[in-house]
Design a protein around this ligand. Sequence first.
Ligand SMILES: Cc1cc2nc3c(=O)[nH]c(=O)nc-3n(C[C@H](O)[C@H](O)[C@H](O)COP(=O)(O)OP(=O)(O)OC[C@H]3O[C@@H](n4cnc5c(N)ncnc54)[C@H](O)[C@@H]3O)c2cc1C
Length: 511
Amino acid sequence: MTLHDRSNASSALSVSRRSFLKGATVATALSALPWSIRKGFAQQASALVVVGGGTAGMIAAIFAAYRGANVSVIEKGPGVGGSLVITGGNLGAAGTVFQKARGIQDTPQQHYDDIMRISRGTAVPQMARLWADHAAGMVDWLAEKGLVIPDDRLSVGIYDHYSVPRYHAAVQNGRSILAVMKPEFDRLVRQGRIRLMTDAGAIELIQDKKGAIHGVVVEDGRGIRSDIRGRNTILATGGCAGNPRMFEQLHGVPLYRRVALPSSQGAGLMLGLSAGGYLRCAENYIGYYGSIPESDQWPSPAAANMDIDPRARPPWEIFVNAQGERFVREDHPSMSERDALMDQQAGHSFWAIFDHGVLEQAPPLIGSWSRERFLEAFNRHPMFHRGVTLGELGARAGIDPAALQRTVATYNTSIEQRKPDPFDREHRPALLTRGPFYAIRSQTWTLKSYAGLGVNKDLQVTHEDGRGIAGLYAAGEVLGAATGGKAHTNGASLTPALTFGKLLGERIIKI
Ligand SMILES: Cc1cc2nc3c(=O)[nH]c(=O)nc-3n(C[C@H](O)[C@H](O)[C@H](O)COP(=O)(O)OP(=O)(O)OC[C@H]3O[C@@H](n4cnc5c(N)ncnc54)[C@H](O)[C@@H]3O)c2cc1C
């Protein structure tokens, strides 16, 4: 598929999703919110209204306030910070002070090329370029405010590697970033340069007859509604990975595990759609694998994670789908390549299959568990299965028994006959011949949502035909996976959230 074909395909997808949302979810979800009597109704005006006091929203407000703007921040929760309190805090940026201090040569062009290589061209080029070109300015500002990245936390990344060490891992994850941002935000609030409203959720955009946005209607914890008017509005409410229903509607994949904040309800997506915006990048969904769910009740907490990164633990097991077939080179060096294939399997799951010999010889498959706990799981856990024969194992685990026997036989034969593996796997340390046999099921999961509002190069929310919606901008996860594409691109959410928030506050928004 060429880039042109791909963009046509994605636009067709976004049309249908948009029509669906416009017809159903937006209307019902917004109107279903309780409408209390409008006592305390207020008319207030700002140069800028920032909806969401999290990662992108805080930084947008800080930089707009530096320019002397009168800024209002509307935050649904009791305080600011958003996902910074749980995020991994890993930033991808080229040409930072941290890299320079270690003599690492890097450029935004190299970063951009890496993003497009790792995402196999699925990142939106304009968004990837904006991230690559401006991320260093963001990270350098954090450094100026006190962020420290020790030498051993600057690397080529934990997913598919960058070409140079560019992945900045904050010591205490997102909390280290919040620790340097929040004092600055609080100072500006104390000085009256940022007006913060907490426990106030935006429920509607104020739109004139020509379609321009003039602020938001907010509802406080007591159900009292107010108009917060502004010449410009930034949607920075995060994604929808805390909302199982919306997540599945948009991505066509259940939210198997809920890791995102409960506040990630997709409010900004609905608000943007209600103003005439459109969604894109849902097709960039890519799950993480290796997680073992507690149960089949989605979203389910994880019981444990299997160590399936071949760079850390080359595989001794084979991975099969419900049809009992292998589908992936288990030791493929690219996590994105492996996970994209796993996403295509029925039920978004696979089983790690091994025999008693592997159980005795291989390094632990779940490194965080003791051997006793691991063995005990086969007696009681619904995702762990044991069978005297492969046929019995298949029947117990819900894998086609006959196909499983054939698959294991083919794997063993290729090793015995010293033939190449059918999937080009290189690490084949042992035959799988000695019963009992074992199966552990893994289920996809995600940290974030992938569908996001379409914006132009100025981060202005647009109609599908590219026309900007006057006064409406967006930053953060509400933009979906435009920056990282259909891949695990290191730092592709947090860094653009901060960088785009800064860009909006610092130069894009007209004060
Ligand atoms: C566990 C975890 C680890 C991660 N690790 C990484 C990583 O290492 N690197 C990376 O690149 N990405 C990572 N991510 C993703 C990244 O952290 C997020 O995408 C990013 O922080 C989101 O920023 P945001 O500003 O869009 O949303 P948030 O920071 O979540 O802020 C949104 C704010 O909007 C508020 N809000 C919501 N609805 C409303 C409303 N109606 N009205 C008013 N306010 C509202 C919320 O309360 C919240 O405060 C991780 C995510 C998770 C969950």
